[in-house]
Design a protein around this ligand. Structure first.
Ligand code: NAP
Length: 327
């Protein structure tokens, strides 16, 4: 099965509509890292045609970018690297910082860790309310003119923030949370992206593994795992979401002969100019990626899915818990 692709303005290569998300590879907030498995996952993704790799300096505080840099030695041009700027970290934790000075430092550090002299897609990780959009966007425009980045994106921005930002530099992408259970962008960001020809890099397409179909009521998370903080994984909601996954799983199997994981990815891909950022840190997690390609959900499927969600999820909640504090 051929990998579906999409074009991002400013990037010559067509990019795969399933991207490899590398947050968990960094280990922090995911119970620790396994660099060897992570490197195998990166090589496997490229080998099967998943050429877009999404990362950020904050993922493992540099580790995720370093692993990507190592895996891409000698094959840099076969990959499209999307990284980010605008979060700082120290002993006080992670905070937003999208000043021009911070971005300039971050890009130089990322280029070294990634072992490259250009970044394909450079995204502002979170809007920083303490810095004028003009300052952040102007710095990105300078980096683009210098050839250090090819395209500019934002993440976790509202449409009003994107309107402001795009006065100063051309915006190619937006990266919000988006999956069957987290659909806040339907009313605003997604229509905005369609209207302004932005590609949507949907993060958490499996809702942090919930939509993989491999979780059960006795699944537990340990240590600093982000899912210990996620209200979806706490009683009584966890049972409701698992009931939704079970019903979606039966529907996917009976009506399409597919797994719930493939249904979840296809649902994201069928909503518009989207890319599903699939977080994986072991090669076997990408097994069945091809099941997401080459078919579509009908309007009838979409209504049936909505009925399943409405009847199982009593108290839906979004991904707001992920927002880092301001400085
Ligand atoms: P995700 O793709 O919904 O879920 C990833 C997790 O699901 C994996 O770490 C894994 O957990 C589990 N999983 C993946 N494949 C599986 C499989 N085949 N079977 C069973 N479980 C499987 O969510 P995400 O990692 O949070 O998001 C994806 C990417 O989006 C990130 O890596 C990052 O690049 C990006 N992101 C961006 C932002 C932002 O603010 N811009 C925020 C969050 C994420 P285990 O490894 O623990 O089994």
């Amino acid at each position: 099965m051929r990998v579906e692709t999409i074009r991002i303005a400013g990037i010559e290569q067509a990019v795969s509509r399933i991207a490899l998300g590398t947050w968990s590879m960094g280990g922090h907030l995911w119970g620790g890292a396994d660099p060897e498995q992570a490197s195998r996952t990166l090589r496997h993704a490229l080998a099967v045609g998943i050429n877009l790799i999404d990362t950020a300096p904050v993922y493992g505080f540099g580790l995720s970018e370093e692993l990507i840099g190592k895996a891409l030695r000698g094959v840099r041009h076969s990959a499209v690297i999307a990284t980010k700027a605008g979060l700082q970290w120290d002993t006080g934790g992670i905070r937003r910082n999208a000043t021009a000075q911070r971005i300039r430092k971050e890009v130089e550090d990322s280029l070294i860790r990634l072992g490259t002299d250009y970044i394909d897609l450079y995204q502002v990780h979170w809007p920083d309310p303490l810095v004028a959009q003009e300052e952040t966007a102007d710095e990105l425009e300078r980096l683009r003119r210098e050839g250090k980045i090819l395209a500019v994106g934002v993440s976790n921005y509202s449409s009003a923030q994107m309107d402001d930002f795009s006065q100063y530099t051309a915006l190619a992408t937006v990266q919000p949370p988006y999956n069957l259970f987290e659909r806040a962008i339907d009313s605003d960001i997604l229509p905005y992206a369609k209207q302004h020809s932005l590609v949507v890099l949907a993060y958490g397409p499996l809702c942090r593994g919930l939509l993989s179909g491999s979780m059960h009521s006795d699944t537990r998370f340990a240590g600093d795992d982000v899912r210990t903080l996620d209200p979806k994984f706490k009683a009584p909601r966890f049972e409701h979401y698992l009931a939704a996954v079970a019903a979606l799983s039966s529907y996917a199997r009976e009506c399409h002969g597919k797994s719930v994981l493939a249904l979840a990815l296809r649902w994201v891909l069928d909503q518009g100019p989207t890319i599903a950022l699939w977080g994986a840190r072991r090669p076997e997690q990408l097994k069945g990626y091809e099941e997401a390609f080459g078919w579509h959900l009908t309007l009838e499927d979409l209504s049936h899915i909505d009925r399943i969600l409405a009847s199982t999820i009593k108290d839906p909640i979004g991904a707001e818990f992920l927002a880092p504090p301001k400085r």
